[in-house]
Design a protein around this ligand. Structure first.
Ligand SMILES: C[S@@+](CC[C@H](N)C(=O)[O-])C[C@H]1O[C@@H](n2cnc3c(N)ncnc32)[C@H](O)[C@@H]1O
Length: 203
């Protein structure tokens, strides 16, 4: 289970097997702070082309669409793609993170909520470069990930856990400039804030 292919396939199979339970457990999650940090960094006077990277069953696609934007989902889990289309009426791309095939300069923003940490470290520079390439000039990449120091398996899901400095270095190498970061949940001491959110702009 150590090739990139195995890491992706096993992780995606985990989500396939628990798709309905995942939706029940996450459809009510409050991600307003993340959505607001993402949209605040983008123009507010026009409909935006947004890629929801690792969209899951479509909670955030539906919300972006309700604001008048043109969101597109992307997920490796076929069941999530079907659910996301049904819940949001948005198009979804069934692609794995390490085999991305995205048109250059086609999005204003990429929203990666709880998804990029599934990319194994050996693939992350190339995935970030592809996300950079799919963004238009000044485009925004938002990511929120569980933070930590190392990578490996948690059950059937592979994760790469980084702290802010490591994440910023990789984002800079891929051509991004970090414009904001924060820890979640808000109002806790840092030891009790497992999530790291970063807003970065395409240079
Ligand atoms: C923790 S869920 C987050 C879902 C959604 N963004 C949310 O906030 O609820 C991670 C998502 O990434 C997708 N995913 C994980 N590894 C993937 C990979 N290698 N390629 C494509 N999708 C993957 C899963 O199917 C799942 O939808």
């Amino acid at each position: 289970m150590n090739s990139t292919h195995d890491k992706e396939n096993t992780t995606i199979a985990h989500y396939e097997a628990s798709a309905e339970a995942f939706w029940d457990g996450t459809k009510g999650h409050d991600v307003s702070q993340n959505i607001s940090a993402f949209l605040s960094a983008l123009p507010s006077n026009k409909a935006l082309d947004i890629l929801d990277f690792g969209c899951g069953p479509g909670r955030d696609l539906k919300y972006f669409k309700s604001l008048g934007h043109r969101p597109v989902g992307l997920d490796g889990c076929a069941t999530f793609c079907r659910m996301a289309e049904a819940h949001s009426a948005c198009p979804t791309l069934q692609q794995t993170f390490c085999q991305l095939n995205l048109e250059a300069h086609s999005f204003d923003g990429v929203f990666a909520n709880a998804s990029l940490f599934h990319v194994p470290s050996e693939q992350l520079p190339s995935v970030l470069k592809k996300l950079h390439r799919c963004l238009r000039e000044g485009g925004i990449l938002f990511s929120s990930n569980p933070r930590g120091d190392g990578e490996g398996w948690q059950g059937q899901r592979y994760g790469n856990y980084m702290q802010f400095e490591t994440s910023r270095e990789l984002l800079m190498q891929a051509g991004f400039e970090v414009i904001q970061h924060y820890y979640r949940p808000t109002g806790q001491v840092i030891e009790q804030q497992p999530w790291l959110a970063i807003v970065s702009r395409r240079r």
